[in-house]
Design a protein around this ligand. Sequence first.
Ligand code: KIV
Ligand code: ZN
Length: 451
Amino acid sequence: MIAERSRITVFDTTLRDGEQSPGCSMNQQEKVRLAQQLDRLGVDVIEAGFPIASDGDFEAVKTIAAMVRRPVIAGLARACRPDIERAWEALKDAAHPRIHVFLATSDIHLQYKLRISRDQCLEQARDAVAYAKSLCHDVEFSPEDATRTDPEFLCQVLEAVVEAGATTVNIPDTVGYTIPSEFSDLIMTIRQRVKGIENVTISAHCHNDLGMAVANALAAVAAGARQVECTINGIGERAGNASLEEIVMAIRTRQDRYPYETGVVGEQIFAASQMLSEITGVAVQPNKAIIGRNAFAHEAGIHQDGILKNPLTYEIMTPRSVGVPDSKLVLGKHSGRHALGIRCEQLGYEFDRRALDDIYRRFVRLADKIKHVEDHHLLELIRDTHKPAGSATPLIEPLPGAKAAGGDTAEPEPPKPFSLPPSSNAFGLPLPVHPDPHHEQSQQEDYLWGV
Ligand code: KIV
Ligand code: ZN
């Protein structure tokens, strides 16, 4: 019998915590467009904004609440009446509204920012949640800076807000300070010590200051959290929030370790990422996991050769599973003949081995000069290699010893890549006998030439 997998609620805060990051602000129309894409993406909760923060934020939350009907729509509020009233005003027409109340609980924040005592904090949190609950049945409470809060006091506050009606308690690592083992222990402590915790959802909200937001969120899930708060492309305050696409794909790819499921439609991830970049003008770093330009690009010859033989060799998920059209073989100086030959074929040119060698050597010289050889470069190079002598300016100078225009210097044989006999490998060990000796040699050459 297959054990049932726990469902993880995906709470997207791109429009609230994400939007707070420098250069990522969006206007109302842009927020609505993105909210509609988040709906297609299948997130469970959209935190649409912080209604008291500005009229624009209020209107955006209100409009999203009216237009996007499947997911829960959340609005943020500080633990005070005016904020909660304003949030409710924006949310009340949503099909599934949620008021998200937060109050800092760490001594650092209580002493220097809020200037209140622990007792005052406890009372304010309880009253705020009770008031939010009188308006909306779905109430989330976040003890800001939870990971730097005395765990004893944190549990006291959580118990009070659960009693006051909170349905989700979110544990924010506001400053991205925690590490996976510590965060996991904290979630377990909360589960053991807070009365009534079994009746509410525990959530994790991780920031990436030490680059551990996703690892921390996953550690929390493994320890019993059933909601993760995250953003598209990992945008957010400072180093950002836990990235939605990384959490979701880690769960999907490592079912052996994370036997959970989410409602996210993987094939919509790339579109969401692209839309966010297009709206904010903030580009995704090329090597960003899952959705960066290079996430499915292969340049090294050995890798390209492996990918062409079977993508399983170097890809742990398919590009299509996250909505990326196909993996990309980038032609650069590390590429091998296998990939070059395939690209030539895709461009309509099929070469025998000798002709491909010829093009390959010119290609490597070109790739040494320009980082990436695009299709138009390759076409020009093919034309140069096969043009009648002296007919056009070549893209690169002819190879040393290559037949000069009008000259009669014969091109030397390409260097033999192996000094060992084909019956042994590079370590001198015997190779299995292949019925086609040419195949054997070309396989090895592909391997070495690609390096
Ligand atoms: O990082 C944080 O503490 C927050 C809270 C408002 C949840 O964003
Ligand atoms: Zn945050």
